[in-house]
Design a protein around this ligand. Sequence first.
Ligand code: PGA
Ligand code: ZN
Length: 430
Amino acid sequence: MATSASIARVIGEEVLDSRGNPTVQVTVVLDDDSLAHATVPSGASTGESEAIELRDGDRQRYGGKGVLNAVRHVNELIGPALMGLLADDQWRIDAVLIELDGTDFKSRLGANATLGASLACARAAAQACRLPLFRYLGGDEARVLPTPMLTVMDGGIHGNDGPDLQEFMLVPVGAPTFREALRFGVETYHALRDLLVERHTSTNVGDEGGFVPALSSNRAALDLVMQAIERAGYRPGEDISLAIDFAATGLWRDGRYRLSREGRDYSADEMVGLCREWGEQYPLVSVEDPLRDNDWGGYAQLTRELGDRMQIAGDDLFVSNRPFLVKGIAQGCCNCVVIKPNQVGTVTETLNTARMALAAGYSCMVAHRSGETEDTSIADLAVALNCGQIKAGAPARGERVAKYNRLLTIEARLGERAQYAGRAAFQRRR
Ligand code: PGA
Ligand code: ZN
């Protein structure tokens, strides 16, 4: 599976993400003429300790969001440093990037610059080896198609005037294949749209393609999604379960969590209570970031109380960063880590965090960002890890659907060897 092709050119460019914000695209050309691009996504509800996304800050361009400096780092610093390295020596490539940057959170080069280069090298090497990316990264064992977590309602900062909670997701645990899981999800998404039309509620969508209805409470959002599942002819909990990303750091006001749709503030204990209550009343298999991102003690308690009943996923808490995950494992925080390559800035660090999590009995949810691109690498990453979960937004909007379409292709390519994760992805090992 090795290639002797080496890196000949590394080209950075400024392109746009799905919100119309600038982002970094990197093209890597090898000396055997293999060529690949990678484009970096961008979050909005970012964790405090995420690797630094370098923005120009020049308000004359894109309100300060330009990435020309990060692009210059790719062209003038990263390119020369990687030139001549073997393309399939990902560990070495990423070690060079980490050393060249020299900071804890990629603040010199920018994680948008380093991830773009790192991922484009992986993609180019896969090309040179004539292997699909999932196979190149995961080897012959890579064959588990992840259970999709399909965001059908957007709230928080991804959907103004919608629910307080950021993402309400469908999890087609009972589907026999990925292709069928996607159909379950799409049909329910369309049924939800019909319900909103009947109620004369807006069918506008948020950043991740989920609907953003103005409802009286977050519970009303859950009820509506449940109704949509039934309207589409599926059994809640049997065919399709639910997941929520609270993105609770964004709810934190004056020492409490403000759910303005419910018209009240919640303490950390009350947030745990809410998770418990909803876990009893709805087929809720996963809650992500139900507490703010520095409440390690709160997470440990939440995991003790509810960790045997539902998946507790840490996104802003772990920021895909191995040392944070190690701290979480030691303290018993969460039982799942959300994996977003741009939170940490290289392919190797991303894989290391995910593999550490799996080794410790945590589950891994590979995830998109709210500002996405046409790049589908996370679909391959989820299969490479055999981790069984991917969160890539609604089954609508090109940049979201691209990931799901890539998984359809991977499933077809694997043929009989493909295995759909389904409910097993949520069976806790810890
Ligand atoms: P973000 O949101 O990409 O805006 O950070 C996604 C998430 O919180 O999971
Ligand atoms: Zn999240």
